[in-house]
Design a binder for this molecule. Structure first.
Ligand SMILES: Cc1cc2nc3c(=O)[nH]c(=O)nc-3n(C[C@H](O)[C@H](O)[C@H](O)COP(=O)(O)O)c2cc1C
Length: 216
């Protein structure tokens, strides 16, 4: 097996190092974050860092690169305190990726890449109509990560929209049925396949499949 120690990592050319470390951390979630400015200008951008922070209260977070350049998503969230998270599925990977281009503030990525704005109830931020799983969040807080000046942005979930056929009786949502994809590194999109689900693990009991497909 190839072994790289920290001095070998330091010696890697910066783009190569970014590709390497971004991919080796694992397959990540693939989301489009939709926002709107005070003036009504919509914005859409791809993020691979949306994570579950806790269920009670229902919190999601995502990491934001350093604010050394204009960050439209972040500025809109700070101003309007609301954003949407829209899962990327296999039929919209190219348009979704294109939202990462540095469009001018006055250009809506929805229009630029050919995705459709959708508004639900009184939520001010736009959803992506084509998406199969859509979540609205109220901005709560953000924290600077001192080591690299990135930020962890935290939102509280206010609404979740998805097709009921994706959900199992215990609440679990099978995102493979929604065709939600994952992101490897910052430019590869991968499809997920359900392998198994397991019962709650206990030290004195053998692992047990929820789908009855495996037991040991
Ligand atoms: C696959 C992929 C994942 C990305 N994930 C993030 C992320 O988690 N955080 C981030 O700050 N930027 C991320 N970006 C970069 C943003 O999409 C990009 O900076 C975008 O232009 C931000 O748009 P905005 O200025 O309109 O908010 C990602 C880009 C790609 C291609």
């Amino acid at each position: 097996m190839k072994v790289l120690d920290s001095s070998a990592l330091d010696a890697l050319p910066s783009r190569y190092r970014a590709q390497f470390l971004n991919s080796i951390s694992g397959i990540k979630s693939a989301s489009l974050i939709g926002t709107i400015s005070k003036e009504g200008q919509t914005n859409l951008a791809v993020f691979n860092s949306v994570i579950h922070l806790g269920s009670n209260p229902p919190l999601f977070g995502f990491t934001l690169r350093p604010t050394t350049v204009e960050r439209h998503t972040y500025n809109n969230i700070l101003s309007e305190k609301v954003f949407t998270i829209n899962h990327i599925h296999q039929d919209i990977i190219a348009q979704s990726h294109q939202t990462s281009a540095k469009y001018d503030f006055h250009v809506s990525e929805f229009e630029a890449v050919g995705l459709t704005e959708e508004y639900l109830g009184s939520i001010a931020a736009p959803f992506v109509k084509e998406s199969n799983v859509k979540i609205a969040c109220k901005y709560l807080n953000d924290y600077v990560i001192e080591e690299n000046q990135c930020r962890l942005v935290i939102g509280q979930i206010s609404h979740v929209c998805f097709d009921e056929s994706f959900q199992e009786d215990d609440g679990f949502v099978d995102l493979t049925k929604a065709n939600s994809v994952g992101i490897l590194g910052v430019d590869a999109y991968v499809q997920a396949t359900m392998l198994d689900r397991f019962e709650y693990a206990k030290p004195d009991q053998p692992v047990s499949s929820k789908y009855g497909s495996q037991e040991s």
